[in-house]
Design a binder for this molecule. Structure first.
Ligand SMILES: [Zn+2]
Length: 246
């Protein structure tokens, strides 16, 4: 057994204390980029070994009789957080979704730029992920594409005062996440993963077909903090992507 001298131990503890948190500081550029995530921590190995990873390029989807997503979102307390990877809005009591008889409570939503999912090879300038959890902890994500257009009033409060530094957070007025959904709720469905470490699989993905609009300055506001925080698309490995008929 290797002996650790007190001095060496102190250095180890100090370097541990300097780390940003319990997780290695993964990111999107250079040595922290997605192709290195699996090397950064044994707990991240699924990022390299997983066969059902997200995001994907959605193409040749199969039309299917998918159940409607039953949104029961409502206004509730909300808090915007800069978590060092994105701007995330925590929603502890804002309803959820029902898909085929399973209810998933909304936990948070956050943003990526450019979009992570592609549709027929094309990325959108931004994508929002609404993350939900059922009673047993299974995850379901509803992805909404954001295209450049008019200013999005529902996003105004968040984007006017984005928490600028990692760890910053601030309370928002009661936010109704339903205001961030497009009017048409048709979607693509596939089984994938978290798009960030630890890249855990078994996540139920619903990518809404209709985008919502945000202004150029709202896109720029996010890009000032996070110029690019999208994982590249991952191989389908034989997975089927389904598309709702409406
Ligand atoms: Zn995401």
């Amino acid at each position: 057994m290797k002996r650790i001298l007190p001095g060496a131990l102190a250095v180890l503890l100090a370097s541990g204390a300097m780390a940003a948190g319990p997780q290695p500081h993964w990111g999107y550029q250079g040595e922290h980029a997605p192709e290195h995530w699996a090397e950064m921590d044994p707990g991240f190995e699924t990022c390299a070994l997983g066969q059902m990873q997200s995001p994907i390029d959605i193409h040749d989807a199969h039309l299917a009789d998918l159940p409607k997503i039953g949104f029961d979102y409502h206004a509730g307390p909300a808090e915007a957080v800069n978590n060092g990877h994105t701007i995330m809005v925590n929603l502890p009591d804002s309803g959820g979704i029902d898909i085929g008889g399973t209810h998933y409570a909304l936990v948070q939503f956050h943003f990526h730029t450019p979009s992570e999912e592609k549709i027929d090879g094309e990325a959108y300038p931004m994508e929002a992920h609404f993350v939900h959890k059922d009673a047993e902890g299974h995850l379901a994500v509803v992805a909404v594409m954001l295209k450049e257009g008019s200013e999005n009033a529902a996003l105004e409060e968040i984007f006017d005062t984005l928490p600028a530094a990692e760890g910053d957070k601030h309370a928002l007025g009661a936010l109704d996440p339903a205001a961030l959904l497009p009017t048409q709720r048709g979607y693509y469905a596939y089984t994938g993963s978290l798009t960030t470490p630890p890249c855990s699989e078994g996540v139920r993905w619903q990518v809404l077909k209709q985008p919502i609009e945000v202004s150029e300055s709202q896109i720029e506001a996010l890009r000032e903090l996070y110029p690019a925080n999208a994982r590249p698309v991952q191989p389908l490995n034989g997975r089927e992507v389904q598309e709702s008929r409406s």
